[in-house]
Design a protein around this ligand. Structure first.
Ligand code: PLP
Length: 441
């Protein structure tokens, strides 16, 4: 497999686009040196790069393309809609159709506001919570890795250049499955916390009724309870992880798989709070998610087609089934090679990730790089093990076979030293304060 054209394009991308990509998770520094392909097309679970290389993709549009690339029923709905125009000076009727279709999925949600990305939906949720409570602080679950591109979240990371200190001080933290940390947070900021934000689930199941106890704590302290379903929505359960864990939040935010890769996200929840952004109250007006492109008609069409396909085709069950086959296959390969303490699959099968540990069983970016290097050489793009509806049994079987081969190299690197097998620099964590040495830049 050659990356000649991609390697030529890398300089041009980085000369014209800061970071060479529009999402840090897609950046060159996330891929092995000299193996960061530029993509020209995708179909189902496969993608093709500018050098003509074909890959089975796991990660799949940063988890947004849950049905598959260029998925016919969604594609048809989008192209049909495009013929009628994308954006008008008044709402298009498809916005109501999309709102009704979406609200049919979410228990306890009375209204919805659509926008283009998850960060904006969360921003809207925070604004509503602040307006509703008259408080400034946000209580964020620090066990969860990412919520938003906006200052309230990025200000909490090591990459907080350009964010005023005053804004950084408005976000406080608690931890998942650690009710005491949330109690402490509320006790340290009495009457100041407007909302609590967390993903309903990640890798650890909620223990000892954590979600319900947190919601009660939140309400006892007069704060709004917000669940971020960006990843869990359209994967854990057709009605969101909130349904799976039988909890109704005050507000929830959705995106990613909602439009099978097309740009649409949603803020939804109780009328009493959502209506603050509306015309039917006498309180101070809240400027809630008013954007030029927020209701682009073809994105609405994508969401409607996606939701209908999910309803008619047991998509969630298939994501779990195919994800389980993948997990079982990888774990068998890992076990057979006596690597199960090093390479293991984590998280629910509908949306899993994997570990790459070194000879001392410590998490290792170097071994992650080696794993990616060896899987990419064999036609897999695998920053994670996220499955889609389009991954067939044959795709999964081919993947497992190739992972077995890659793990043979991994095992040799454990025994003989990674330097002998790693062909370039290590991948880098996104969250770093400075650009570390990147010899390929
Ligand atoms: C849990 C979670 N919330 C929110 C977001 C932000 O979504 P977007 O990138 O669409 O702004 C992401 C993005 O990865 C996410 O993973």
């Amino acid at each position: 497999m050659e990356f000649k054209e991609s390697n030529r394009l890398r300089k041009e991308f980085n000369d014209r686009i800061p970071g060479g990509a529009h999402t840090y998770a897609k950046g060159d520094d996330q891929f092995p040196e000299g193996m960061a392909p530029y993509i020209v097309r995708g179909k189902g679970c496969r993608i093709w790069d500018v050098d003509g290389n074909e890959f089975i993709e796991y990660g799949i549009g940063l988890r947004s393309v849950s049905l598959g690339h260029a998925f016919e029923p969604v594609l048809k709905a989008v192209t049909d809609q495009l013929r009628f125009g994308a954006n008008f000076g008044r709402p298009s009727t498809i916005e109501l159709e999309c709102a009704e279709e979406f609200l049919s999925l979410v228990d306890g949600a009375d209204m919805v506001k659509f926008c283009k990305n998850g960060s904006d939906a969360l921003d809207g949720a925070i604004k509503l919570a602040r307006a509703y409570t008259g408080r400034d602080l946000v209580g964020m679950c620090a066990s969860h890795p990412f919520f938003s591109v906006h200052d309230w979240f990025i200000g909490t990371t090591p990459m907080a250049g350009g964010i005023p200190r005053a804004l950084k001080e408005l976000t406080t933290k608690f931890y998942y499955n650690d009710l005491a940390s949330a109690e402490k947070m509320f006790a340290e900021h009495p009457g100041e916390i407007s909302c609590v934000i967390l993903e309903p689930h990640k890798y650890d199941d909620p223990a000892d009724n954590f979600l319900h106890k947190l919601k009660d704590l939140c309400h006892k302290n007069g704060a709004v309870f917000i669940l971020d379903e960006m990843i869990t929505g359209f994967r854990w359960h057709l009605n969101g992880a909130q349904k799976k864990f039988n909890i109704v939040p005050d507000l929830s935010t959705w995106g990613k798989a909602l439009g099978n890769g097309f740009a649409i996200s949603a803020l939804t929840g109780k009328r009493e709070i959502m209506e603050l952004g509306g015309l039917k109250h006498n309180k101070e007006r809240v400027f809630l998610l008013s954007t030029t492109h927020g209701a682009e008609t073809h994105a609405m069409a994508a969401a409607i087609a996606t939701i209908r396909f999910y309803k008619q085709n047991n998509v969630i069950e298939r994501l779990y089934e195919q994800g389980t086959k993948l997990e079982v296959g990888i774990m068998k390969a890992s076990n057979d090679l006596n690597l199960k303490d090093k390479v293991a699959v984590l998280g629910p099968p509908c949306c899993s990730v994997y570990t790459t540990r070194d000879q001392n069983n410590q998490p290792s970016q170097l071994f992650r790089t080696l794993f990616m290097q060896e899987t990419m050489k064999r036609g897999l793009i695998m920053p994670s093990t996220i499955i889609s509806y389009s991954h067939s049994d044959a795709d999964v079987a081919e993947t497992v076979e190739k992972i077995h081969e890659a793990l043979v190299v991994y095992k040799k690197a454990i025994a003989e030293g990674i330097d002998k097998y790693l062909e370039g620099r290590s991948v880098q964590p996104v969250w770093r304060k400075y650009n570390n040495d990147m010899p390929d830049h």
